[in-house]
Design a protein around this ligand. Structure first.
Ligand code: NDP
Length: 301
């Protein structure tokens, strides 16, 4: 299979490309910076991988069997008005380009699958509600970003199978929210964040990569699929488990400002969460490797 990937140089994309390459698929890395991508995927380790900047995306997408769309400006920053605009526009711009290139591909070389990232922020935040794929969207800024991001992907031709993966907080080594949270935990003895009642809908990096991989190749994976583990936890439990795994007592509350200092307003994804369940993935029989946050953290730390 030939798979084109945007955002391939990121936290999730890197692992996905490694996995696809290890399984002998042809991978095309669609990036803004060829030199950056070449450092991440050196020819000696990734022979045969094609790396293309935007002017070359058309040739990559034409002839690919599938496109995976992961690109977007990181949200873990301070949110000035300008940055908020770019958080949204970066996603819409890249998704729109990818969709246009797929739709304009001549039949015969048109990809048959688009797997496009979105986020659990779609649902807004709540300490009491449970969200599955049929739940309505929220009305905060991140919900609006996700709605427009998904709306852009939905413009892909109807003969292209579209899987929209609403991703939760991805836990993995060397990246994502966890890498930023750990130093704060070390500093503050790792207690709860804020009230601790907020929900934390997490997924292990291996599972999100497997879910995307499955969505590429399995025709049953279509429409919206929550990319979250089966057992979301309240933040107090996440912090307790993190404290246990790191061998730090979990009794001093970590102040919100400390997390905001490293995650910026992007900390809202951690400080104001939502309880999201992977109803569709369960229905599809997706084999989660990590169902409990304790096991996920042990494997990572
Ligand atoms: P990363 O931030 O690690 O990587 C995203 C990639 O997007 C980058 O490698 C970069 O690729 C590209 N990119 C960055 N800024 C811009 C920009 N301004 N315009 C266009 N492209 C840009 O993301 P993750 O791997 O963590 O996540 C992948 C997707 O999944 C993202 O869209 C993210 O919002 C979503 N998601 C992730 C979650 C998580 O916990 N990690 C949770 C929920 C959703 P290049 O430089 O090669 O062009």
């Amino acid at each position: 299979m030939t798979v084109s990937v945007t955002g391939a140089t990121g936290f999730i994309g890197k692992r996905l490309v490694q996995r696809l390459h290890a399984d002998n698929h042809n991978v095309r890395v669609l990036t803004r910076s060829k030199s950056k991508a070449q450092l991440i995927f050196p020819v000696r380790d990734f022979p045969g991988i094609i790396i293309a900047e935007e002017s070359g995306w058309k040739d990559c997408i034409e002839g690919s069997n599938a496109v995976v769309n992961l690109a977007g400006m990181p949200i873990s920053t301070r949110w000035s008005a300008e940055i908020k605009k770019e958080i949204k526009h970066s996603r819409i711009r890249v998704t729109s380009k990818v969709v246009d290139l797929i739709n304009n591909s001549p039949e015969g070389v048109r990809p048959s699958v688009l797997v496009s990232a979105t986020a659990v922020g779609y649902y807004g935040t709540s300490e009491t509600r449970v969200f599955d794929e049929s739940s309505p969207s929220g009305n905060d800024y991140l919900a609006e970003v996700c709605r427009e991001w998904e709306g852009t992907a939905l413009k892909v031709n109807k003969d292209v199978r579209l899987a929209l993966i609403r991703i939760g907080v991805v836990l993995g080594k060397d990246g994502g929210a966890l890498a930023k949270m750990i130093p704060i935990f070390m500093m503050f003895a790792g207690g709860p964040l804020g009230s601790g009642n907020q929900w934390f809908s997490w997924i292990h990096l291996d599972d999100i990569v497997n879910l995307i991989y499955e969505a590429i190749s399995n025709p049953s994976y279509k429409g919206v699929i929550n990319g979250t583990a089966p057992n979301p936890v309240r933040l107090s439990e996440m912090c307790e488990q993190l404290g246990n795994v790191m061998g730090r007592p979990s009794w001093l509350p970590v102040p919100d400002f400390a997390l905001k200092a490293v995650l910026g307003e992007g900390a809202t994804v951690v400080l104001e969460g939502q309880r999201v369940v992977p109803a569709k993935a369960k229905e599809l029989g997706f084999p989660f490797k990590y169902r409990y946050v304790k096991d996920a953290l042990r494997s990572i730390l």
